[in-house]
Design a protein around this ligand. Structure first.
Ligand code: NAD
Ligand code: MG
Length: 384
């Protein structure tokens, strides 16, 4: 029986992880959960799975849950609580499904204490991937990516690894605006941008999918996780989200990874690896309407993608700056403070104008640096 810590239990990935755990109750038990808000949902999850450990943002949330729960778990509070629960020695796996840079905390401490980390949180890889990798090398911990394209690449690279690899391709649905004229993108509303054609996800990542910033982040993620130079990573638009990644070998042969777009597949893969579980949640049917299109992206229409390549080439801490700035630009768009097409403008301005006084190299430094970039972006948006 594997003991699982689930960080971000109330989110989109969190819920799908609970679905997998409930299908395999004989294999996994929920040792701990964390969540930031939606306390009623956390209450429900706790009663259903009875995790003995619960991490919450503050004492108020602790009282709220403690008064209503039918059992007495151990509570962990705040950022320190995240690191302490992640370090819990009896846990085998930590699923890190928190959104935002705070995901770095549980990812780092779970790896440091030698655990497997099923890593959905991409911000931590973008901003502190070097730290996570070096930490896992010394501790014996391991990262199994949950982001679907990286799970696909991880699986392909197991078979067609290093020596014969020429390059990799990540696919992008292209989002809801792939067919829009460039000049119409100005008129995109939050409501339209929140309608993702193929995936159901949290709000932030849905907007990032519409700008293709998400794919840009994933290029950075792939570079860090698989030690690939930017030139060896290409993006292909693939509106059906059925092919998740491809690898091209030195003789020109290409292998692709296909599945229905359902995050439960990569989540289950990361939990079971190297075993493959029997699952029937997302079988792909080759019905007559299934067509598969793949074509290169238009970098002019999606400047965020180009910004990601630039940041990656510049190296640490530019990807961190880009990601932090986006964490401010996306809510500003959702709140109607900036236009859809202002998102890349804000990000580019931050990349160009934020003064780097030091290269953050620890978890605390990365979090503090991230906060500084967010403040800078916030001020800049006000002055627009
Ligand atoms: P979400 O917004 O649905 O859920 C986020 C979860 O994290 C919630 O449980 C929330 O309470 C918790 N959380 C947020 N901020 C926190 C903080 N500061 N401290 C503690 N907990 C906090 O997000 P999501 O769509 O599930 O995405 C989670 C992560 O997985 C993101 O990094 C995202 O980029 C990545 N990801 C998601 C998908 C997807 O299909 N949803 C796919 C690939 C990667
Ligand atoms: Mg993805």
């Amino acid at each position: 029986m594997k003991k699982v810590l689930l960080f971000g239990a109330t989110g989109s990935i969190g819920k799908q992880t609970l679905d997998i755990i409930s299908r395999f109750r004989d294999r996994f038990t929920l040792l701990g959960i964390s969540g930031k808000s939606r306390l009623d949902n956390l209450l429900e999850i706790s009663e259903r799975f009875r995790p003995p450990l619960i991490a919450l943002p503050d004492e108020e949330s602790v009282s709220y849950l403690a008064e209503r729960l039918s059992y007495k778990p151990e509570f962990f509070v705040g950022d320190e609580g995240l690191s302490r629960m992640a370090s819990e020695p009896s846990a085998d796996v930590a699923v890190v499904a928190i959104s935002g840079i705070k995901g770095l905390i549980p990812a780092y401490y779970a790896l440091k204490t030698g655990k497997r980390v099923a890593l959905a949180n991409k911000e931590s890889i973008i901003g502190g991937g070097f730290l996570l990798l070096s930490c896992s090398q010394t501790s014996g911990g391991e990262i199994i990516p949950v982001d679907s394209e990286h799970s696909a690449l991880f699986q392909l690279l197991q078979k067609y690894g290093e020596s014969s690899l020429r390059k990799v391709y990540l696919t992008a649905s292209g989002g809801p605006f792939i067919d829009w004229a460039l000049e119409d993108l100005e008129k995109v509303t939050p409501e339209l941008a929140l309608k993702h054609p193929t995936w159901k996800m949290g709000e932030k990542i849905t907007i990032d999918s519409a700008t293709l910033m998400n794919k840009g982040f994933e290029v950075i993620e792939a570079s860090v996780l698989f030690n690939l130079s930017p030139e060896r990573i290409e993006v292909l638009i693939h509106p059906q989200s059925t092919i998740h990644a491809l690898v091209e070998l030195v003789d020109g042969t290409i292998f692709a990874h296909l599945s229905k777009p359902d995050m439960r597949l990569p989540i289950a893969y990361a939990l079971f690896y190297p075993e493959r579980p029997t699952l029937d949640v997302a079988d792909l049917s080759f019905n007559p309407s299934l067509t598969l299109n793949l074509f290169p992206p238009d970098f002019q229409r999606f400047p965020c993608l180009a910004l990601a390549y630039s940041a990656l080439k510049l190296g640490h801490p530019y990807p961190l700056i880009l990601e932090a700035s986006d964490e401010v630009a996306v809510p500003a768009f959702l709140e109607g403070r900036i236009k859809f097409t202002d998102i890349p403008r804000v990000l580019e301005k931050t990349l160009n104008e934020f003064t780097i006084r030091y290269k953050p190299s620890t978890v605390d430094e990365i979090l503090a640096f991230h906060e500084e970039v967010k403040n800078f972006t916030e001020e800049m948006i006000k002055s627009l």
